[in-house]
Design a protein. Structure first.
Length: 502
């Protein structure tokens, strides 16, 4: 392996690079397309993480009391800078994650939707007012920030997922400590620097790079009021249970196994196109990827043939070269996904397209797999039960529409699902009966737009509030209700009875 080590990425605290307090550990950041080490990243010690928390805690009172007009003006500045320089951010994403440039630009665009929503924060943070609720008594409610908010984001969307959370937290008056994935940390650092350029005061957005040591510090420090997490279900469970046990408000988004049900009346060419797009985009490293196609038996052969034809023709390689699909994030993860392919063969599934070999448009020794397609997959096989997080698509055959609904509802996950059909009645029944948080009708990846909210059901979400949209603002604020009466000077007297509304 060729090593082209350049620099060590430091943390970002009080609007400046921060070398940490006693940090001695570093992690390697790769270019997945070449296999080369691009840089190292400092891994925060407990004391370094506490320094970032302290900065956010010190900045909170002033930021909380900053006017909505000022907060919104800074958010508009950030949105404008992000729009002007989105190409820089997309290039960083491709260099460290590996997804193709078009996909990286799409990631930035979807994240910007939330920034644009936050430019409307004054409306979303409005309270309510009831005049004369009782004689001479008025009641009002207002939403106030919770305090210091921790955000732990995954490697697969190094820009979009942080943008789901920190703009909402900041627009609501909170300060933030963001811990991005140590596998591709530069996008978070770049956005924090851009926010400072937009006028964000010191300490409002801080970035610490690290692993379990920094995560545990965030979970246990009493100065952290809320915590948002996106990752695997086992870690989401750990984050939720630990954070809530420590009195924090927690939203922890876990894993997924998203199904796409294809009915006989569907446009099979469209369904095959969408299965390819949703199954192999970003090399399958999406929590909303379609990893299971549920096909009715009478159209399964034709649909599998169409998907296989398209999968074999995908161009795989360096994301900067106009390829269809890039590499996986690390060599270790590539080998893990390849192990699932072997497990699928051993368990008796039909390997239609083998992604372990094929031509590449890339230099060096990148972490590549080609699209893989299995047919006749059983629900007891690991390629069905486990979230593989790679370019492996499984086809499960069912006899009836009812069988398809029952199969999807039996999954422990409930993140996203889709149905492909031209039958409005079938689609409506699917919408009503399916036990999944985000549903697409002829839309394979139903990630809601920024002014709705993102979140699944069952083992895909731990917590009560979804990300961004109206629920995001509710998560990052607490509702306070104020009941008040201005007494006439002549009023007086003592009454020990419980107050009555009259």
């Amino acid at each position: 392996m060729t090593t082209t080590l350049t620099e060590t990425l430091q943390h970002w605290v009080n609007n400046a690079p921060f070398s940490g307090e006693g940090d001695t550990r570093t992690g390697k950041v790769y270019n997945p397309a070449t296999g080369e080490i691009a840089r190292e990243v400092a891994l925060a010690s407990k004391s370094t993480t506490e320094a970032a928390i302290a900065a956010a805690h010190a900045a909170f009172p002033q930021w909380r009391d900053t006017s909505l007009a000022r907060r919104t003006a800074i958010m508009f500045n950030f949105r404008q800078l992000l729009a002007e320089r989105k190409g820089e951010l997309a290039a960083i994403i491709t260099a460290e994650h590996g997804k193709v440039l078009d996909d990286a630009l799409g990631e930035v665009a979807r994240g910007m939707e939330v920034v644009e929503l936050c430019c409307n924060a004054p409306y979303l943070l409005k309270g309510e007012y009831s005049e004369n609720a009782s004689t001479g008594v008025d009641v009002q409610s207002q939403r106030q920030p919770v305090g210091v908010s921790a955000i732990i984001s995954p490697f697969n969307f190094p820009a979009m997922v942080p943008l789901w959370f920190f703009p909402v937290a900041i627009a609501s008056g909170n300060t933030v400590v963001l811990k991005p994935s140590e596998k591709d940390p530069s996008a978070a650092q770049w956005m924090a620097e851009l926010f400072a350029e937009a006028g964000l005061p010191e300490g409002v957005l801080n970035v610490v790079h690290g692993d379990k040591e920094s995560v545990d510090t965030l979970l246990n420090d009493p100065r952290i009021a809320s915590l948002s997490f996106v990752g695997s279900t086992p870690i989401a469970q750990y984050v939720y249970s630990t954070g809530t046990a420590n009195g924090k408000r927690v939203q922890a988004f876990g894993g997924a196994k998203n199904h796409m049900l294809v009915l006989p009346d569907a446009d099979l060419d469209l369904a095959a196109d969408m299965a390819i797009n949703a199954g192999f985009g970003a090399a399958g490293e999406r929590c909303m990827a379609i990893s299971v196609v549920v096909a009715l038996e009478n159209i399964a052969d034709e649909l599998v043939a169409k998907i296989a034809e398209r999968a074999k023709n995908l161009r795989v390689g360096d994301g900067t070269r106009g390829c269809d699909m890039g590499p996986l994030i690390t060599g270790e993860h590539r080998d893990k996904v390849a192990g699932y392919i072997e497990a699928g063969i051993e368990s008796g599934a039909s390997l239609v397209v083998d992604g372990r070999t094929g031509a590449l448009d890339a230099d060096g020794n990148g972490f590549f797999l080609h699209p893989t397609l299995f047919d006749n997959v059983g629900t007891d096989m690991s390629i069905y039960t486990d979230e593989i997080f790679g370019p492996v698509l499984s086809v499960v055959r069912v006899e009836t529409f009812n069988d398809g609904i029952e199969l999807i509802n039996a999954s422990k996950y409930g993140n996203g699902t889709a149905i492909f059909t031209n039958d409005g009645g079938a689609a409506r029944r699917f919408e009503n009966e399916i036990q999944v948080g985000m549903v697409g009708v002829n839309v394979p990846i139903p990630v809601p737009v920024g002014y709705h909210s993102f979140g699944g059901w069952k083992a895909s979400l731990f917590g009560d509030q979804h990300a961004y949209g109206p629920e995001g603002f509710k998560f990052f604020t607490r509702n306070k209700v104020i009941t008040k009466r201005w007494l006439d000077p002549s009023h007086g007297g003592i009454n020990l009875g419980f107050p009555q509304n009259d």
